[in-house]
Design a binder for this molecule. Structure first.
Ligand code: BMA
Length: 340
């Protein structure tokens, strides 16, 4: 064991399965009973994928992308005792504004769920005259208060840091166009109040590595570690037969996370299993959350598979960060234009 540690996150009941002996490549291994959420999980919902979970009280809660049988995605609440077996609410989450007026997006997908101080924030993609970031907050997972959209369209893949940095909330996002965008880099923005956003910075771009040469996007909320913020994100390759979504890893500076300290030139996980290669959209592994424990260094990664299922994979923080550092290649697209 070396001294690389997760900071500020004690979760003794993190879901876990020990590492098999035959791991090659990155030190990440899949749960042997994947997928953990199969098809038709709730009446009226054909598929759940690209979803986020978090410890809550002694159990776990999650916000799930449920693709309804009419094809339109919404966010559904789920609860679990072990973070592997989930029970879902039949009705999609109903949002209200601060005055109690109901708010229901036209569609809502790829939710993230992050606790900052005593509040849980939901962040997703919704229609705002095109794809844009939607946000809400809750303290009890019963009432969900909508927050103003942080950005103009078009934008996706917004991920909040789990604590304020220099007194501001910090959000990663991926500005783009509205469709199945063939481009996009990760940017960072700050806010004192979760309403007004600024101090925008470029974090990292697509790379010359073919697995992420088309576009990238924030994945799970960054994990605070002794080496910096561990960012587990997605990278996309454009092939003659469509996009392939893999999982990548980078480490951002702890005080100024627009600085990329290390970025792994290899993917950490790429579609290989039947539930990743075969489904509504083949060849997609799309991370949206982790559950991690500072005592043991265990990280459980939740990812959408083939736009059809939820998969679970595991890593130890020290092995993962050593691998990222050993295979790091930070390029000029990972710096701010004009700033050294
Ligand atoms: C992206 C998003 C994700 C989806 C991926 C693959 O543009 O829409 O929700 O998983 O495409 O279809």
């Amino acid at each position: 064991m070396n001294n690389i540690k997760i900071l500020n996150s004690k979760v003794p009941n993190v879901p876990w399965q020990e590492k098999p002996h035959n791991i090659t490549g990155a030190p990440i291994w899949r749960y042997s009973n994947n997928p953990i959420i199969g098809r038709n999980p709730v009446e009226g919902v054909a598929r759940i994928f690209n979803s986020a979970v978090i410890p809550y009280q002694d159990e776990f809660v999650g916000v799930f992308r449920g693709e309804q049988t009419n094809g339109i995605p919404y966010i559904y609440m789920g609860r679990s005792k072990d973070a592997i077996h989930w029970e879902f609410e039949k009705e999609k989450i109903q949002f209200t504004d601060e005055d109690g007026n109901e708010f229901m997006p036209v569609y809502a997908y790829d939710p993230r769920l992050v606790k900052v101080e005593d509040t849980y924030y939901l962040i997703w993609c919704q229609d705002f005259y095109g794809a844009a970031i939607g946000m809400a907050k809750t303290k009890d997972f019963k009432s969900f208060i909508r927050i103003e959209n942080p950005f103009l369209p078009f934008n996706r893949n917004a991920v909040l840091f789990p604590r304020k940095i220099r007194e501001n909330f910090v959000l990663l996002s991926r500005p783009s166009d509205s469709g199945h965008t063939p481009f996009g880099d990760i940017f960072l923005s700050e806010s004192p109040d979760m309403i007004y956003w600024g101090k925008h910075r470029h974090v990292m771009g697509k790379s010359s590595m073919w697995w992420e040469s088309l576009k990238i996007g924030g994945g799970a909320a960054p994990i605070e570690t002794s080496e910096g913020w561990l960012l587990i994100y997605h990278g996309v390759s454009g092939t003659c037969n469509g996009y392939v979504y893999s999982i990548g890893g980078a480490i951002l500076d702890i005080d100024n996370p627009s600085i990329v300290k290390y970025r792994c030139e290899n993917f950490l996980l790429t579609p290989e299993e039947w539930y990743e290669e075969r489904g509504f959209v083949p060849n997609v592994t799309f991370p949206c959350a982790t559950i991690h424990d500072s005592e043991t260094g265990k990280i459980a990664i939740y990812y959408g598979a083939a736009d059809s299922y939820v998969g679970l994979a595991f890593a130890y923080v020290d092995e993962l960060i050593c691998y990222i550092k050993e295979h790091s290649k930070v390029s000029v697209t990972d710096t701010e234009i004009g700033v050294r």
